[in-house]
Design a protein. Structure first.
Length: 136
């Protein structure tokens, strides 16, 4: 697949700026994937949000989690990771906003699948994800 679809999971309360930068930089990088901004533009009832996000994640080839310093309060990220796992969508994380190897990770995201924000590493991770899970 020439242009994998990636769902970007992030802490809406703390890392929206990093998500905007990540999405914008991806357009100008040599990274072979497209980001579709399917985040909710308004507050929705929980059940509606969960149904919509689950459908959107299911249409993607991979889930990228932007891991900031406040991940312990990002309950939506935890749910998105669970939704991806339930649908066999491969997942990896990218450290943002000063987070690093000692930062808390959201439940379900492995430390050895979380990398620095370097486009060559991200491209490599995407290539790996395209051989896993539902992409086999």
């Amino acid at each position: 697949m020439a242009d994998p679809r990636a769902f970007i999971s992030f802490d809406f309360d703390h890392n929206e700026d990093q998500k905007i930068l990540f999405s914008g930089q991806s357009d100008n990088s040599k990274t072979p994937f497209s980001i579709q901004d399917w985040s909710s533009k308004s507050s929705l009832p929980q059940a509606v949000w969960e149904k919509q996000i689950k459908e959107k994640i299911g249409k993607c080839n991979l889930l990228i989690v932007l891991v900031g310093k406040n991940m312990s309060s990002a309950t939506g990220v935890n749910k998105e990771i669970t939704m991806a796992k339930d649908q066999n969508v491969p997942i990896f994380g990218v450290y943002v906003d000063g987070a690093g190897k000692l930062s808390n990770l959201p439940k379900g995201l492995q430390r050895n699948r979380t990398i620095n924000w370097k486009w060559d590493e991200i491209a490599s991770a995407i290539s790996q994800m395209m051989t896993e899970g539902k992409n086999k």
